[in-house]
Design a binder for this molecule. Structure first.
Ligand SMILES: [Zn+2]
Length: 246
């Protein structure tokens, strides 16, 4: 467990890019079904202030549980930031640009290429992991910015842990059929299995060329830890993962 700054916005002191994960203390960041949209926007403003980015220029992923990549590049801002449609993986090399993804059990992956001043961000639940979102993130950095995978630094944010995340036979079958890392990520429980998404994602990163000692895992379980919104844990709402181009 790395050293963290534990406030309403959590971050890892050693990670070489500005970033943060909003906690339940700050409140839900999702606008869908929010009773008070203005309150949500105020929380997003507080997150932007805590992490240090311009909310009006921020890019929010409209996630669809896939691994489609969008290299975000747009200079002018709009009030409250902009939504990038149908993507779970965002990248940017525009200085000061913030990338944001929404979470409640699904994992945030944050990546930075310190040499090239580029960052990326992914949202990965079981569908995204099955679509190899971890590899897609690394490939996107390589293709868009010429990043060398072994120079990337990756932070695995809060998500549901391998003990807490039980999946049914159809998910187990899909993983076994499509992912080489399935055996190391699944532990059978009757006809079902406990699925360790963080393990699967880290194996994907490794296979894509990221050095294992360049991967920091927050090892924070959203279901067990009341600081996080969690679908399975019954804390409805969304937290945001943010990363800013240096
Ligand atoms: Zn757990």
């Amino acid at each position: 467990m790395p050293a963290v700054r534990d406030v309403a916005v959590l971050s890892v002191a050693t990670f070489p890019a500005r970033h943060g994960f909003s906690t339940t203390e700050l409140g839900s960041m999702g606008l869908t079904q929010a009773p008070d949209a203005a309150a949500v926007m105020e929380r997003r403003r507080q997150l932007a202030e805590a992490v240090g980015f311009d909310l009006n220029r921020a890019a929010f992923a409209e996630q669809v549980h896939g691994a489609a990549v969008h290299a975000f590049r747009r200079a002018e801002g709009v009030p409250g930031g902009q939504t990038v449609r149908r993507t779970d993986v965002l990248t940017s090399d525009v200085p000061g640009q913030a990338l944001l993804t929404f979470h409640a059990d699904c994992y945030p992956l944050l990546v930075v290429d310190p040499a090239r001043g580029a960052v990326g961000s992914a949202h990965a639940g079981w569908r995204g992991t099955l679509d190899r979102a971890g590899e897609a993130l690394v490939l996107a950095m390589r293709e868009a910015y010429g990043s060398r995978p072994e120079e990337l630094e990756v932070l695995v944010g809060p998500g549901i842990c391998g003990e807490c995340y039980e999946v049914g036979p159809e998910v187990v079958a899909a993983f076994r059929e499509r992912l080489p890392e399935a055996d190391r990520s699944l532990r059978p429980r009757g006809g079902r299995a406990a699925l360790d998404l963080a393990c699967a994602l880290k194996l994907q990163l490794e296979r894509a060329g990221v050095a294992p000692d360049h991967v920091t895992d927050l090892a924070a379980c959203t279901r067990e830890d009341a600081r996080w919104f969690s679908h399975r844990g019954g804390r409805s709402g969304r937290f945001l993962a943010a990363i800013v181009v240096p």
